[in-house]
Design a protein around this ligand. Structure first.
Ligand code: ADP
Ligand code: MG
Length: 300
């Protein structure tokens, strides 16, 4: 496209809340045949809430909740915030004193899995089944039951292990964005297919995918794996767009022909992207591609 055409389209995009960083993205977006969506914070609201809490192996609810909150207070992950918020609310509800922030030693983040640390004398792990497996903590049938029931309902389970035993679990719900299904349907009408890649487990991912009308799901994918998935699609000769909000999406945003960041997402994702959806509306994925189609057809 001519510099003038790019300038006009860029200005038009900006006025609609679609920030296009340079002509390259604009010249590529009209070729996009596949859009890869991150799940958490992209297709979902990214505001998870704890909807249930259970204990196992005879632990007291208050004890495991306080241990979990102490460990998660050190994490930036939205799930961690949901856990801390839930435990605070429980304390308020039952009039017990707000748990004072317990010091956590040896705190560690396990990317795509959870967190761990020493709370007082106890070794506490908070995260998914993968984290438990990696730390050789047995997950019994009672726990498995709770997990599968919740995952079917698109909820993510957070397990809490204290001194080598699963002491309790939370079920976390993160609703899909109201416009997600409409956008996937509209993209299909433009002959663009949609794919989901997520760090979350397959059952939860599939339940969310079904809600929004995506058939193609890749779960338990780490940040490098997300970028590999993009490259794999490109190898088939497809122009690929990636839509994401997290630090864990940034390698994929860079690898994609067109990286699109959710405006409400992390700074790292916004920097890695070619296009920023300022209003955080998924509809603006279509706005961006449309703008490119119109610009490129005008000059050809
Ligand atoms: P996504 O790709 O969906 O944004 P992440 O890669 O950030 O997901 O995390 C993948 C999974 O790892 C989460 O679904 C959750 O099960 C687990 N996880 C990551 N961080 C935490 C944490 N701080 N507390 C509990 N679970 C966590
Ligand atoms: Mg995300």
């Amino acid at each position: 496209a001519t510099p003038t055409a790019v300038m006009v389209a860029t200005g038009k995009g900006a006025s609609q809340g679609v920030l296009i960083k340079g002509g390259n993205a604009l010249e590529k977006a009209h070729k996009v045949k596949t859009v890869v969506f991150d799940k958490t914070g992209t297709l979902t609201l990214g505001k998870p809430e704890v909807v249930s809490a259970v204990t196992f192996s005879g632990y007291s609810k208050e004890n495991f909740c306080d241990m979990a909150a102490a460990a998660e207070a050190n994490s930036e992950h939205p799930i961690a915030k949901a856990v801390v918020e839930h435990v605070k609310r429980q304390h308020q509800k039952y009039g017990s004193q707000t748990a004072h922030v317990t010091e956590v030693k040896d705190f560690e983040v396990h990317t795509g899995a959870g967190v761990s640390g020493k709370v007082g004398e106890a070794i506490v792990l908070v995260g998914n089944k993968r984290l438990m497996r990696a730390c050789s903590i047995p997950v019994g049938p009672e726990v498995e039951d709770y997990i599968s029931k919740n995952e079917q309902h698109a909820r993510t389970c957070v397990l809490v292990a204290i001194d080598g035993k699963v002491a309790g679990a939370f079920a976390v719900s993160d609703p899909v964005k109201p416009d997600a299904k409409r956008v996937i349907t509209f993209l299909r009408s433009m002959r663009i297919s949609s794919i989901m890649v997520t760090g979350d487990n397959l059952a939860t991912a599939k339940a969310i995918a079904q809600e929004v009308g995506i058939d193609n799901v890749f779960a338990e994918v780490d940040p490098a794996g997300k970028a590999d998935k993009i490259k794999e699609l490109q190898m088939k000769g497809m122009a690929v767009a990636m839509v994401g909000d997290g630090i864990n999406d940034s390698p994929a945003l860079v690898a994609a022909d067109v990286g699109m960041a959710i405006g409400a997402g992390t700074d790292v994702a916004i920097e890695a992207a070619d296009i920023v959806l300022i209003k955080s509306n998924l509809e603006d994925v279509v706005t961006g591609i449309d703008l490119s189609r119109k610009t490129m057809s005008r000059i050809r």
